[in-house]
Write a protein that binds this ligand. Sequence first.
Ligand SMILES: CC(C)(COP(=O)(O)OP(=O)(O)OC[C@H]1O[C@@H](n2cnc3c(N)ncnc32)[C@H](O)[C@@H]1OP(=O)(O)O)[C@@H](O)C(=O)NCCC(=O)NCCS
Length: 412
Amino acid sequence: MEIRAYDPETDFAGVARMWREIGWLDAGEEKQEQGLKVFAEQFDSLVAVIDGSPECFVSTGTGSVRYLTEDLPLSVLTAVTTSHVARRQGLAKTLAARSIARDAVAGAAVSALGMFDQGYYNKLGFGTGTYEYWHALDPASLRVSVAARPPKRLGPDDWEAIHESRIARRRGHGSCVLDAGAATEAELLWASNGFGLGYADGPDGELTHLLWFSAKGMEFGPLNAWFMTYQTTEQFLELMSLLVQLGDNVQLVRMREPADIQLQDLIHQPFRRRRMTEKSEYENRVRANAYWQMRMCDVARCVAATSVPGGPVRFNLVVTDPIEAALDDGAEWRGVGGDYIVTFGPESSAEPGVEDGLPTLRAGVGAFTRLWLGVRPASGLAATDDLTGPGELLADLDRVLRLPTPKPDWDF
Ligand SMILES: CC(C)(COP(=O)(O)OP(=O)(O)OC[C@H]1O[C@@H](n2cnc3c(N)ncnc32)[C@H](O)[C@@H]1OP(=O)(O)O)[C@@H](O)C(=O)NCCC(=O)NCCS
């Protein structure tokens, strides 16, 4: 078995076979294979080769995560797959750990991913993010006072302009961007019946706001609005008004609630509609799932980005990092486990070491990342995650670390 960088010449067919095997590609779908091609080439991809054939494939991409007002360098684990013939040998774990370590050495302060389930990536130090609310709503039930103008038709060939629009979108705490255009191009190629509607109001005709959909049934829906971009709330309202227009025929649209909007405000009689559509193909409802995870790769860099009005609260921090066990002894980066002296306040810092007389917080890197991001307060994490400390310190952290709800606003 050999672990090496993905080679498009020799590895594409094997990785495509693996992705068909696990149900990520449909047989005979050339458009989908093209998506994998750009994806595997543009992201940093590793393969584990057994008997000449790639049986495990892991890729990461660079980008940024906004923490309060600062953009931190991000590594996103964009794909982790092991074929049916190479499972349970620790391949995915090893390749993922090596990819994260490589990106941490290159400067990534945070690593992020979308998980297939909880538990697996916790063993690499990841902590679960906040719930994402996916609405399934009848577009005709939206009450929007803005009238939408006729939009521009968008398709997979417009991936470049769409990607730029995603990068330029309105961003808040926790919002992520992936640099490589493949992050958008592949997604557009993988969408069944994918289409977009948007507006090019930028000074040079840039796409300022848009919705990207896929659908099994085009006539009545459901339409899945996989992502949306906007730079102002007026633009968001225009997109919602566009949905109302589609609602003459389309019965259901599924969409993720934006970070700064309570979508239910726009829905007329939401509970009545939920009851009337219960158990139907077009059931109106909201589903909450926490499916993304993050972990710090550089504690000092992450903590330095924190600026909160309260405090300061100062403590010794003992971090444990399970990724260490998945990396070679001689690896340049072996996680972030160790002792730090941390200050949270208007100016924050984490320095290596221990200071006598300070209270001590002990945390797994995943739990500490959740605390730092604002997923949950210290006292809650102490109840359910790997985080312990004296009651007074937890209360101080609850009081001082009051952060906006983190939302990546980019599914990976
Ligand atoms: C998920 C996947 C990549 C794992 O590949 P793999 O090479 O078999 O994984 P590893 O050998 O590194 O790890 C397997 C171990 O994780 C454990 N595991 C799996 N799911 C887990 C979970 N939710 N929580 C905790 N442990 C879990 C397994 O029980 C196994 O434990 P063992 O080593 O004690 O036997 C593979 O199943 C796959 O390709 N699935 C389809 C695609 C997919 O979902 N990818 C993940 C996208 S986020």
